[in-house]
Ligand binder design. Structure first.
Ligand code: TXA
Ligand code: MG
Length: 314
């Protein structure tokens, strides 16, 4: 059975113990809940792939408490260092050259010479990482291809009975996965996410090339159909057609809304919960329509997730 751990010293100590035993523990970050396992343990990392039903060629993100811990695992180039100084802890993942002596299971990086590292700012994530004292591999804590979890209940909905525990930290503040960047030698955006591209470009003083295209599906976030609810999804809708559940934004009113005032930060925080709510309202064989979202700030990541939710399924 999956334990629901409370967000106090006892819950964190229990979660850290379970990680030490090679067990899987879901924990809150400011972006989404992660499904954590000891990144040094082949058994734990293989367990993450098995629990999610994730194709094993998709590499995982390693979670660490700070830059010093990251330096033991990866080489931090000049631009990566600037970005880490500006945005860690926070919703930014850097893809970096993996150190030969890092001790990370090769399953984490799927055999690549690079490793994705993230330093979350969520206080419970920070406390858990420090209590555990080692690198934690953690994809989003949902079955592969489904909507990412932004509450402990979402984790249990998808993975109950398949993982040891969930540390309950309530709803995630950002609500979208981290932005992934290859910083050096040339900055490339691999996944839009909870840190807006505009903020990264301002810090770099340069524009970001767009990478991680659909022709390089080395991760679920890069497969066309992902974040998929049960219902079919239509985008850029201003009215519901037939019995569609319309999800509004700003002036477009619907049965639900991502943000009545057209606030992209609020819309990001509510996106995955709203996908779940709309799915429930639509019912079996139902359809969801989403109002247009501007392609600026967090809107870029919201639209990325919505396009994947709407992509043809296999
Ligand atoms: O916000 C987040 O990033 C959440 C929380 C839990 O931290 N985690 C997350 O992990 O979204 P996941 O596994 O769902 O997404 C991992 C992404 C994949 O899209 C993959 O492309 C990228 O990380 N990735 C990991 N290692 C990589 C590498 N060496 N090179 C390029 N991309 C990599
Ligand atoms: Mg994911």
């Amino acid at each position: 059975m999956t334990l629901l751990l409370s967000p106090d010293d006892a819950g964190i100590a229990r979660a850290a113990d379970l990680l030490r035993q090679g067990e899987l523990v879901a924990f809150p970050t400011e972006t989404v809940y992660g499904l954590g396992g000891d990144a040094r343990s082949d058994r734990a990392v293989a367990g993450i792939f098995a629990a999610k039903g994730r194709p094993s060629f998709n590499p995982l993100i390693v979670h660490l408490p700070d830059l010093a811990a990251a330096e033991a695992i990866a080489q931090i180039g000049p631009q990566a260092r600037d970005l880490a100084a500006a945005f860690w802890p926070g919703p930014l993942t850097l893809v970096l050259p993996l150190r030969a002596d890092a001790g990370i299971s090769p399953l984490v990086s799927a055999g690549l010479p690079t490793v994705a590292i993230r330093v979350p700012t969520h206080p419970l994530a920070q406390r858990l990482l420090r209590a555990f004292g080692g690198p934690v591999a953690a994809p989003s804590a949902n079955p592969s291809g489904r909507v990412s979890p932004t509450r402990a209940e979402h984790v249990l909905d998808g993975l109950s009975g398949r993982i040891a525990a969930v540390l309950d930290g309530g709803p995630c503040a950002v609500g979208l996965e981290s932005t992934i960047i290859l910083a050096d030698p040339d900055p490339i955006l691999l996944r839009p996410g909870g840190l807006p591209v505009e903020a990264l470009e301002a810090a770099l003083g340069a524009s970001l090339a767009i990478g991680g295209a659909a022709d390089r599906p080395n991760a679920p976030g890069q497969l066309a159909s992902h974040y998929a609810p049960e219902a079919g999804v239509r985008l850029n809708a201003t009215h519901a057609q037939g019995d569609e559940v319309l999800v509004g934004f700003g002036p477009v009113k619907g049965a639900l809304t991502l943000s009545e005032t057209g606030d992209l930060v609020e819309a990001a925080a509510r996106l995955f919960q709203t996908l779940r709510d709309a799915d429930r309202l639509a019912g079996p064989g139902g359809r969801i329509a989403f109002a247009p979202i501007p392609e600026t700030g967090l809107g870029r990541a919201i639209n990325d997730r919505l396009r994947r939710a709407a992509a043809p399924r296999d």
